[in-house]
Design a protein around this ligand. Structure first.
Ligand SMILES: NC(=O)c1ccc[n+]([C@@H]2O[C@H](COP(=O)([O-])OP(=O)(O)OC[C@H]3O[C@@H](n4cnc5c(N)ncnc54)[C@H](O)[C@@H]3O)[C@@H](O)[C@H]2O)c1
Ligand SMILES: [Zn+2]
Length: 399
């Protein structure tokens, strides 16, 4: 029997379809983005069709609104001031902030209903204003409505400004599995406004710094040393230092997406997800009592210790990494690290399987070979990981 290839060759039935789409989106760093005197948003809306009045629908994180109750009026006032270029199809909608919006599909459907009611088309804009969770959920809505409505992200947490908001992913959770349902969909633009961070809780301000430590560890040793030198200014949220941290962290994430060769993660590696296999599992094991950044800090510490035990990272560097995270205010232990499944196995180790399944292919975990340099491995020794967990526990118990 002839092989498929021979049949195809004989009949000429295969036509190779091939095209390339270039993506481009601006990430702005600005201040007082909804001050009528700041024309940035109006200019961004008019990038493609400068002479049109652009219809917009805004979804706003309720946590932001609690910290800044006047924000809806500010947005309405902004639109009125820039009426030549923008029109709000409806008053901004308040949506639940935090992981709740990602945990129930009801919210996705409700937001889509709003877009339907207000006749949002593919040339209109969805403006997402909120933390990483709201950006992920609204991003999914924008990506699948009419197969893609333009999305402008206005991130309002440190984490969303330095990491999630500048990237190309969205998603929500299903059946307790993080980001089970989502797409890769680059935004139209990102507007990072440092003033929006002022209302954040201490906890959320700190949480976002974990991603800066993470990306410094795998990509930029000098940035890690800068974080060490500036930790005192970071914990008091000194504006200029915080702004510099966010900018550098965002740049490193953007560089990976643009130049890492796999922006839509089709391979088996998740190069920016150092410390994340356990972090995602910890988030679900703690039913999201741990913030993403808090879980990432634990994951960073765990994999730093494992890297030393595996002979990849010089002894003592694990302590150095933990010391910075602790200085920033992270707790590097959670009892969920010891949770066991009914069969007696450690629940956290399930995170490895889930991490692999999310991408498919071979297990690929980034570890450290130096501060500033990640290295990919394809197997994790469970006994060694257990020893790393025990080390973290003992460290937390040492006064
Ligand atoms: N898409 C990606 O590439 C990517 C990357 C990293 C993380 N994430 C996701 O991001 C989410 C975490 O995001 P996060 O750390 O920004 O936290 P979050 O979105 O869960 O927000 C934390 C809390 O802060 C509140 N809040 C947000 N902005 C505020 C403000 N300015 N003032 C006061 N309160 C405010 C929210 O209402 C919420 O209660 C997780 O779901 C994570 O999976 C996505
Ligand atoms: Zn992360």
């Amino acid at each position: 029997m002839a092989s498929t290839a021979e049949i195809d060759a004989a009949t000429g039935a295969v036509h190779l379809q091939r095209f390339t789409v270039a993506y481009e989106y601006p990430v702005h760093f600005t201040e007082r983005v909804f001050d009528p005197g700041n024309a940035l948003l109006a200019e961004v809306l008019a990038l493609r069709e400068p002479d049109r009045r652009h219809r917009c629908v805004a979804f706003v994180d309720d946590g932001v609104l609690e910290a800044r109750p006047g924000l809806v009026d500010e947005i309405v006032g902004y639109a009125r001031h820039h009426a030549a270029r923008m029109e709000l199809a409806a008053a901004p909608f308040r949506v639940p902030g935090g992981e709740r919006i990602k945990s129930e599909l009801f919210f996705i459907e409700q937001m889509q209903q709003r877009l339907l009611e207000h006749r949002i088309d593919r040339h209109s804009y969805v403006i997402a204003i909120g933390g990483g969770a709201v950006l992920d959920a609204v991003g999914l809505v924008a990506a699948v409505t009419h197969r893609g409505v333009r999305l402008i992200r206005v991130p309002t947490t440190v984490l969303a400004q330095d990491d999630s908001g500048v990237g190309v992913k969205n998603g929500v959770n299903l059946s307790g599995v993080k980001n089970f349902c989502g797409t890769f969909a680059p935004p139209f633009a990102v507007l990072n406004d440092i003033d929006l961070l002022t209302g954040l809780s201490q906890r959320d301000k700190i949480a976002g710094m974990a991603e800066a430590v993470k990306v410094a560890l795998i990509r930029d040793g000098a940035f890690f040393a800068w974080l060490e030198r500036n930790a005192d200014h970071l914990i008091t949220f000194e504006r200029a230092v915080l702004a510099q941290m966010i900018r550098r962290c965002a740049e490193l994430h953007m560089r990976q997406i643009a130049h890492g060769g796999d922006p839509f993660e089709t391979g088996s590696a998740r190069p920016l997800d150092y410390g994340h296999w356990s972090a995602h599992k910890l988030e679900s094991l703690t039913k999201h009592h741990l913030r993403h950044g808090e879980a990432v800090a634990i994951g960073i510490a765990l994999d730093a210790r494992y890297s030393v035990l595996a002979g990849l990272l010089a002894p003592g560097q694990d302590d150095r990494i933990c010391a910075l995270l602790e200085h920033l205010g992270f707790r590097l232990w959670h009892p969920a690290l010891e949770a066991r499944r009914p069969d007696g196995s450690l629940a956290i180790l399930e995170g490895l399987r889930e991490f692999r399944e999310h991408l498919g292919g071979e297990l690929t975990v980034t570890l450290l070979e130096d501060v500033g340099s990640g290295i990919e491995v394809h197997a994790i020794d469970e006994t060694r990981m257990l020893a790393a967990i025990t080390w973290l526990k003992e460290r937390a118990q040492t006064p």
